[in-house]
Ligand binder design. Structure first.
Ligand SMILES: [Zn+2]
Ligand SMILES: [Zn+2]
Length: 383
């Protein structure tokens, strides 16, 4: 009874292929889950490896203030990383006294800051004061204009203009004297500034190379952990693929996250090293010429469509290659076109009428149209 049922299923379902049964949905779900878990753990590991070699000491918040807001605009790029302020400066001490790192002490930057501490504080206060007064002045000037307009229009209780004009004059005088004392203070600090710039130039070089060394160690560690896995999987992939093994799909799903890691490791390392700089130069050049920029974006759109479309096309072609389908069907004694059992067919399929057998040109016997060799005389036809 059971056996009969099974046989019925085999012969009645058109296109049913016992050997080619697909991985079930649950199987795919598990494979995807596996790939995601491997990805998550892998990224955590790669990230964590960044902490294994000792990182260069963070620079003080004094340096941060100096480099970011202060006088040292030319030293903004102390580190190659764009998030340098998070990575390179200990910003927790902002507001308090600066805690200088050893590399800053080595170049005597702490001493320079200590010497000029009061002057620097005064300069910062003066700058704040000036920008507040400038804001106030602008507001007054706007009101004054409004008052004048209202006077022309004869508004009875409009803005008063005489008093305001005196206020503006007073504020402008104050600003002038503040600016003068700021200039004086800055002149006083000039020799220190020159020193600082020189020291920061040297510090920048050393600090950068410290990070380069650190990044290189991280890169090595990541390679040592990930690359062997990559090659083992690659080997397993080719081996299983040659055998057409059902376990190939497991290796494939493991191969995807590992490849992502390899790309990430190599890309991140070389990005920090020089790729970012080169791409920025190229992009800046292209940005200047608007039509080039548009063309590039357009090209990017076409390329990504080709890439994704091509990947899907390749997959489909591999799965639905007519030659492979015909071969599979004939192996199972079924019509290559409609899967009807060949037991009931002869030269033509008795269900769909497609040609199954033809006369061999060499020996005259009946050979299969879709197979390369004649089963009687071994005559080969490239199909
Ligand atoms: Zn047929
Ligand atoms: Zn033949």
């Amino acid at each position: 009874m059971f056996k009969k049922n099974k046989e019925q299923k085999n012969t009645n379902e058109i296109g049913f292929e016992e050997r080619e049964r697909k991985t079930p949905f649950l199987g795919y779900l598990l494979l995807v889950a596996m790939a995601i878990v491997v990805l998550l753990f892998g990224f955590a590991v790669l990230d964590d490896l960044g902490n294994v070699p000792q990182k260069p000491e963070k620079l003080s918040s004094c340096s941060f203030g100096y480099i970011t807001y202060g006088w040292g605009d030319s030293f903004r790029d102390i580190a190659p990383n764009r998030n340098y302020y998070k990575r390179d400066f200990s910003l927790t001490q902002i507001g308090g006294d600066c805690v200088f790192s050893n590399i800053e002490k080595k170049y005597g930057i702490d001493k320079i800051f200590l010497e000029g501490k009061l002057d620097r504080k005064e300069i910062a206060d003066l700058r704040n004061n000036i920008s507040e007064k400038e804001f106030e002045l602008q507001r007054l000037k706007q009101n004054y204009q409004l008052g004048l307009l209202e006077k022309i229009a004869d508004v009875p209780k409009g803005y008063e203009t005489e008093n305001r004009s005196a206020q503006i004059q007073k504020l402008e005088n104050e600003l002038a004297s503040l600016r003068a004392s700021l200039a004086q203070k800055e002149k006083k600090l000039e020799p220190q500034e020159k020193q600082l710039q020189e020291k920061y130039g040297l510090l920048q070089k050393e600090y950068r190379s410290l990070w380069r060394i650190h990044d290189f160690y991280v890169f090595l560690l990541q390679i040592i952990l990930i690359f062997p896995l990559f090659f083992i999987l690659l080997k397993a992939y080719f081996k299983l693929s040659a055998k057409n093994s059902p376990y190939l799909i497991i290796v494939t799903f493991l191969f995807v996250p590992i490849s992502i890691f390899v790309v990430q490791i190599v890309f991140v390392y070389f990005w920090g090293l020089f790729l970012a700089v080169i791409l920025e130069v190229i992009w800046n050049f292209i940005k200047e010429i608007q039509i080039l920029k548009s063309l590039l974006l357009y090209l990017g759109m076409i390329l990504s469509a080709l890439l994704f479309g091509g990947a899907v096309y390749f997959l489909q072609k591999k799965i639905f290659n007519p030659k492979r389908v015909a071969l599979r069907q004939l192996r199972d004694k079924k019509c290559p076109n409609c899967s009807f059992s060949l037991r009931l067919s002869k030269n033509f399929c008795s269900q769909c009428g497609i040609k199954i057998l033809e006369k061999c040109q060499k020996c005259g016997q009946d050979r299969y149209v879709d197979l390369p060799f004649c089963q009687y005389c071994k005559d080969k036809i490239e199909r």
